[in-house]
Design a protein around this ligand. Sequence first.
Ligand code: B12
Length: 491
Amino acid sequence: MIILYNPWSTPSPKKPLPMSLLAVASMLPPDAYTIVDANLYGNGDDPVDAMVRIGREQVLTAIAVTVMPGPQLLHAVADCRRLKQALPSVPIVWGGYFPSQHAATCLREPYVDICVRSQGEQTFRELVDVLTRGGALSGVAGLSYREDGHVRHNPRRPLTPPDSLPEWPYDRVPMTRYLHHHYLGRRVASHHSSFGCPFACNFCAVVGMSSQRWLPESPARMERVTSRFCQEYGADALQFHDMDFFVSESRTAEFADRIARFNIRWWALGRVDELMRYHDTTWHKMRQSGLTMVFCGAESGSDAVLARMNKGGRASASLTLELARRAKAFGIVPEFSFVLGNPPDAMADTEATLRFVRELKTINHEAEIILYTYTPVPVDGTLYNEARALGFRFPETLDEWTSGVWPAFALRRDVTAPWLNGSVRTRVRDFESVLNAYYPTVTDLRLRGWRRAVLRTLSGWRYRTGTYAYPVELNLLQKIFRYQRPETTGF
Ligand code: B12
């Protein structure tokens, strides 16, 4: 028996479908595994106790854990420590974003035996064969593990197109608990319809995962998944969490044609320049098929900074403004994320982007704005090199990753770094408070009617005069209205 484990990852009551585990599970015979999702535990139930019970009743081939930075890493560390103590002979395998980027750091710990780097389906399937039938770990591409006291990294595995992998076994998880009521619909499902991204932005963790390759599911397969969500689970909306959904215009157009009959609303993430390259006919199809909101990494209001980020393509600040206009004309709400506080002059960088955000809002006041602070990822490029030159170093142990300033770093908020001082963080937070009060997010269902009016009226003078400092009254109101941040909780 194999346990596929999703450590706790979010305080939100809307629990994310553990897609990474479903992808890995699709490669295993149905009776060979069980999925344990810590996000679904509560009321004193402990997922580690549950796994230890399984391990005492059955022979476990492995406990396979998905780990992304942030709260999930904190929980993965604490839980795997306990699991190793209780079940010392069971191999613990980590996969996902964190071990893919920091395998050597993970393997310093006795409670992580093997790391699967990048796309995991084939690698895990071969690993399970070695663990059950014997053989050498050295023959499995994509693995990192300890051998004779040293960490060994096998060569990367070439990526596999999603259509040649099995569809996900939704029947093995309580799907109804993963359908959510929010801005998009009453029963919103999640999917991931491609792997990778063809670009190499040097602030983005996806680059290391996919080496600039993008492998899409076909529109026919996407239609099958959509149909299953709608017909078997009653979904009325769909969120695509792809790293870059819109790379291929023909795929988007065909998908839109195929799903129009389901009458759903959908959301996906892509690049400004991709969407601006699309023809009006495709925009029409997207709108007709229910595309309601589109998330784009705008990143910066400065072309020079975009170039230093290696944003690539035709990305530019003026194109972002054009997209805001175009999306408005088609009745699709754009959501723009920005990466602020870039080295070396974090304050000048931040001010330039804050001014740009104001300009964007005058063009399309419905545009959602999401502000992140630059946090390095181990991707070669100007920003990371500048950060290193300024003294930045990643932690070298998981204890370090899970203590001090690092948990906040992983959340990409309140980052402490050599080029960032408290005044940049305060400036961003204050601006956000004023902006979010003046233009409350449309994604928060609780924030309607008089609440919106109160926030807007009270913040008006601040927004108009650019007086962001000490917005205590707005922070208090946001707290009372329990303002929901799309960037940390999802909708
Ligand atoms: C869903 C999601 C979440 C969910 C959690 C999901 C969960 N498991 O519980 C939520 C919304 C809670 C979340 C939160 C955060 N997330 Co998140 N999240 C994602 C997202 C959109 C999709 C991940 C996913 O399921 N992909 C689909 C599956 C099929 O792909 P996959 O995860 O890569 O899995 C494959 C391989 O990695 C591998 N694999 C993965 N796990 C395992 C396990 C084993 C055992 C094996 C063998 C293989 C394996 O095999 C899989 C199949 O090939 C990604 C971006 C993306 N598109 O991937 C960001 C992403 C992983 N998140 C990220 C971040 C930073 C966060 C946050 C920590 C911070 C933030 N502000 O966004 C927050 C934490 C907030 C909080 N309050 O908790 C970053 C990570 C950056 C980095 N440096 O690594 C990403 C890459 C977004 C981005 N582009 O920056 N996230």
